[in-house]
Ligand binder design. Structure first.
Ligand code: AP5
Length: 256
């Protein structure tokens, strides 16, 4: 999608969000709610992409650079599972099966998290939306909050996703992620930051990965098409070293 038409589409979103007469006045009204990052102001970054595409990796880089919180719906759910809440018990069944957690469980947790003060001026969304209904509900929520989103899609070939996911190991204490093939820890199977033994996520097994990819194709691709149709989707090549992916994201954010 050409940069000019993305700008037009973004201005339309801002105008609808604020009821402003012109895009220039919409930007003026929104500015107090925007975040000043290292180079420019922006509100919300939505990171889309198949399982293993590097959404968490790039979220961490974005938060370090722009000082806005990461809201990972996968992490929010895993936290509920760890704490053994009723909601966590229900969500766990879907996650282990490689299916999406129903909106009736997912949306209240997300809305609660987004209502916290640290999200008032912007945030990075990792793992949401994953369906057309979630994309539409997010648009409504962000309009109410007057936070314009940047929609980034990380594109990675399917055959590489398998290696990225089966090779992933995470630190159960600090949540840092490694990859035995591409980003190994300095000492085998130990977290560089705190020395804790690394673990494999229960949904990073071959059979579950296949189902997660299938779910992505059936349920999440329609949400991606929704953004693409509106000229709001920014495609980034996720099949390159993490720092290059981060560089491409930054330059595309800067040009929006
Ligand atoms: P979630 O935790 O969101 O999982 P996911 O979307 O499947 O994505 P992943 O976390 O597996 O991958 P990623 O893209 O973050 O990649 P990462 O950076 O780790 O969701 C889990 C489950 O929760 C879902 O299946 C569903 O059940 C439920 N859920 C979550 N959100 C939901 C929602 N909105 N609605 C309903 N249900 C929901 O990278 C992967 C690996 O590759 C790592 O080892 C990393 O070190 C490495 N790596 C990353 N980038 C690179 C690179 N450029 N080069 C080399 N290695 C790299």
């Amino acid at each position: 999608m050409q940069r000019e038409s993305r700008k037009v589409s973004r201005r339309r979103f801002l105008k609808e969000a604020t009821g402003a007469v012109s895009a220039a006045s919409a930007l003026t009204i929104l500015r107090p709610g925007w975040v000043r990052g290292a180079e420019k102001e922006f509100g919300v970054v939505v990171l889309l992409g198949p399982p293993g595409a590097g959404k968490s990796e790039q979220s961490r880089r974005l938060t370090a650079r722009h000082s806005i919180p990461i809201i990972s719906t996968g992490d929010l759910l895993r936290d509920q599972v760890r704490r053994g809440t009723q909601l966590g018990l229900q969500a766990d069944t879907y996650m282990k099966a490689g299916q999406l957690v129903p909106d009736s469980l997912m949306n209240p947790i997300l809305e609660d998290r987004l209502s916290q003060p640290d999200c008032a001026r912007g945030f990075i969304l990792d793992g949401y939306p994953r369906t057309l209904a979630q994309a539409e509900s997010l648009d409504a929520l962000l309009k109410r909050k007057r936070l314009p989103p940047h929609i980034i899609l990380l594109e990675v070939p399917t055959e590489r996703l398998f290696k990225l996911l089966t090779g992933r190991r995470v630190c159960p204490r600090c949540n840092r992620s490694y990859n035995v093939y591409f980003q190994p820890p300095q000492k085998e199977n130990l977290c560089d930051a705190d020395g804790t033994a690394l673990v494999q996520r229960p949904d990073d097994k071959d059979e579950v990965i296949r189902r997660r990819l299938d779910t992505y194709q059936k349920e999440t691709e329609p949400a991606i098409e929704y953004y693409a149709r509106q000229g709001r989707l920014v495609r980034v090549n996720g099949d390159q070293p993490p720092e290059k992916v981060a560089g491409e994201i930054e330059s595309k954010l800067a040009s929006q």
